[in-house]
Design a protein around this ligand. Structure first.
Ligand SMILES: [Zn+2]
Length: 108
């Protein structure tokens, strides 16, 4: 009788603890997924107001990573203007010109 009572008594809090752990695990997994999908949507390092076009000094919306490791920043206007000429030397283009539309609609 005594050993059975012991297990019955100790089983209850254990279950609860396990349940809480599972809940916590599920929550953290869900958070992990959220973070991962956010990272997938967001560009690696988003351009911000500090980033300026190398040509005219306007806010940059395109970052061109060069094959030699360098970086060039362009506003929407100059990104278009230099796109063709840069193609042979550019490894990656980070295009955030879609933000231009967002900014414009925010100002309204
Ligand atoms: Zn420019």
């Amino acid at each position: 009788m005594f050993p059975i009572q012991m297990t019955e008594m100790s089983e209850e809090p254990l279950k609860l603890e396990q349940y809480q752990k599972d809940q916590r695990k599920k929550t953290s997994i869900r958070r992990e997924e959220d973070r991962m999908s956010e990272q997938l949507i967001l560009e690696p390092t988003p351009l911000n107001a500090i980033d300026r076009c190398d040509r005219c000094g306007a806010q940059a919306y395109v970052r061109a990573t060069l094959l030699n490791g360098g970086e060039l920043l362009f506003c929407g206007h100059h990104a278009k203007e230099y796109a063709e000429g840069l193609k042979p030397v550019v490894a990656k283009i980070q295009d955030e010109t879609n933000k231009l539309a967002e900014v414009a609609s925010d100002a309204r």
